[in-house]
Design a protein around this ligand. Sequence first.
Ligand code: TEU
Length: 571
Amino acid sequence: MQMQRNQSQDWWRTSTVYQVYPKSFNDTTGSGTGDIRGLTEKLDYIKGLGIDIVWLQPVYVSPQNDNGYDVADYYNIDPAYGTMEDFDELVHELKKRNMHLMIDIVVNHSSTEHHWFKEARSSRDNPYRDYYIWKDPAEDGGPPNNWQSKFGGPAWQFDEGTGQYFLTLFDKTQADLNWENEKVRQEVVDLLTFWAKKGVDGFRMDVINLISKDQCFPNDDGSIPPGDGRKFYTDGPRVHEYVKELNEKVFRPYNIITVGEMSSTTLAHCIRYSNPEEHEFSMTFNFHHLKVDYPNGQKWELKPYDFEELKTVLSDWQIGMQEGGGWNALFWNNHDQPRALTRFTDDDEYRIESAKLLATTLHGLQGTPYVYQGEEIGMPDPKWKDISEFRDIESRNMYDILLKRGKTPEEAAHIVSVRSRDNSRLPMLWDDSDQAGFTSGTPWIKIDERYPHINAKAQVEDDDSIYHHYRKLIELRKELPVLIDGKYIRLDESHPQIYAYARINEEESIVVISNFSKEEATFELPEWFSVGLSRASRVKLLIGNTDEEPVLSKRMNIQPYGSYMWLIKNS
Ligand code: TEU
């Protein structure tokens, strides 16, 4: 049955997406891990935010070495998450609520448990051999080149049986697929079509800009940091050709919205990936704003984040994508990042103000906002000290590598505690009952003990909560055209505490001013803007995060972690 799809042009430009990491969302069986029925059970909670699209992360058959991003069967649900009937019920229940389902598509690599790989590994002349990337050892018998895995260590694994290496840009059990092979591309078209026919409305395409490799597989001479080989496979030679093929064969025929996760990409490529005239993706994730606390681009070293760089990156991408006709997927948080609340603001004394500040600052920008589970109730990082609490393969690998680099166990554990992807993978905090209402079993990862005062139930019942702040922002996006089409203009000039910007169209403007500091800040609007403000027919505070309601004026004092959005009706 071909579900009735939303045919209106670009309905997703006024939409907001809620990202669900199923393993940590809601457990209905007592297994200690979340499941599909657990998501279905909470759809009214998500609908209550005004969410339009739910992004469900991988629930396919998987050995769970990378929590489902190591797919062993693209066509079946892993029993740990439930059944295909559970999935069909989720689709049905979303449709009933006029919500849409986006699923994760992981086709840069498959699990080494996939039958394709098992066949490929069995012999060099197996028909599936060229589904993956195999190379003879280098002259010294080692890996074919010096590319490094993004999870640490070499990006090649040696297969004794056939005497060749295979490429693994991530975990050693995640074998890169060979997209040069048209049979691989057809397999991907087939699996996308299967899920489209099941009524899925969207695809989140995992590290999709890595699928085209330089076929010479050269060594990286280290001349361009980080020198780990990524320049030979990131936004590679045939990537746009491959994406256009998927768009032509699946995205467009089935009216699927798509978001490409772009690892280490560029603005120019993201304009190409997301400009509608290119017929590739609807929008793109990029990570430049989440590397402003990486010293020299190095994730596993620490430094305070550079506030000016953060504002510059956000502004450059707003202006660049607007000018280029691209479309941003807007986010602070996801399952691979520490919580922005801890990373960029105050998750303790000003936790509530900070959570609302991050929401207002992001939701005033141009793009489609993504809310990652727990963000809407102000969940912070756990700041664990005991390395044994961590589950993430990347974190565990990097702890060992940091020790080998000479860090003490305490230093290595601290770096992992700040950087680990597990920071955002703690179970959702539903209420103040035992184990936050997440599971009746033993949770797969530790639950944050702060659930008695940080939980969803309490916030749904409190109209002044972070949850309802998100609800109001999501509602504004549906009401105000200027949030969709307004030209972005930055209003602060390198202010040490304030980020201020405007969105402007013919009829109206909005202004967002946020104080990213614990001290009160004085801010002056640019002269040109103040002149326009004096002629405005009406100025209204749309949303704020403190008890006061500051009047938008040329010179203002902004409270610690104060954040406000005003609407100006142009005269
Ligand atoms: O993430 C790719 C990615 O950009 C991060 O994993 C990053 O490369 C990593 O943390 C090193 O800094 C996607 C998925 O979101 C992630 O969960 C998967 O582990 C990864 O791809 C492999 O599928």
